[in-house]
Design a protein around this ligand. Sequence first.
Ligand code: AMP
Ligand code: MN
Ligand code: MN
Length: 340
Amino acid sequence: MATLLTPDQTASARSFVEVFKAGQRVCLTTHVNPDGDGLGSEVGLLHLLRARGVHAFITNPSPTPERYHFLFADLPGADRTAEAVKELRRADLIVVLDISDVGRLGMLSAAVKDSGVPVACIDHHVSAGHLPGGPRYVNPDASATGELVFEIAQANGWPLGISAARALYVAILTDTGAFRFSNTRPHVLRVAASLLEVGIDPEQIYLEVYANAPEGRARLLAESLQTLVVEPEHGLAWVTVPPGALERLNVSSDDLDGIVEFPRSIVGVRMALLFREIAAGRVKVSLRSVGAVDVAAFAKPFGGGGHTKAAGLSLEGSISEVQARVLTAARAFLNGDGSR
Ligand code: AMP
Ligand code: MN
Ligand code: MN
């Protein structure tokens, strides 16, 4: 296959992998509430490393959502999330994927920070956070961390089997909003084409990821959309997940994925928000933008982050307190040029 990489990408992907040695125990981890990119890039890398004799395991701060279980069908025992702290203590090396900040590792933050082993990182977020030392393969222009794992494989001549290709396709599919968002660039479509050439089945993957939902996911969408508020004068729209809805409908936070696209889909909206209580007195806000509005910049003063068009933050307070604070700031932000 012709290379899709620049000479610089090839060189940095080659030096990145020097840290991996056959026989080592390596833990792969990603952000709290892992998504398709976090999990897909981990599973893709896990297959690649195991093929080189590395004892790789996945140790995440939160359990794998049901819809991604199919990625582990041929990997019994590889997802050690339930024993993450114990596994991290035994690791010779840790790889953090799809984040660059220990703070986003939730209950594993301390175990990674104090591990004393090198912490490698593969990521595409704009905001560089704090991580212990180790090699980096980071590019904010990448659509997904899965795209970067593909580059590492290609630069090093590591062949991709069906399972690894499927996992990396899931990573790219989910982070590009199924090839709809502005990060759907020529390079990522070429990478996706290479993955299809390995022989994966895109319809089967679509069915697993998007059409295998519990009934509660549709009901959660319905209840959340009932709360829609639109302020056309500010280009603002938001929804609020009714407190307790996830438990009552027997769904998980993963089932919220995509709901914020509905307020974003309304004509004239420049910033869409989804509010939800993640614990008593703590509220998470998902942010999406249209056009030049930079929601990562908006999130930063609140301690949040992400990408220009998709970011998040979480704050202490009741839903109504957090809404008052964040919406006031959003109106002011949108009345300025929105891209400070
Ligand atoms: P989400 O709204 O959870 O789908 O997240 C959208 C983007 O924002 C992802 O790239 C996340 O990594 C990032 N993000 C979400 N929540 C936070 C947070 N509390 N702090 C920093 N980044 C976040
Ligand atoms: Mn992610
Ligand atoms: Mn990602």
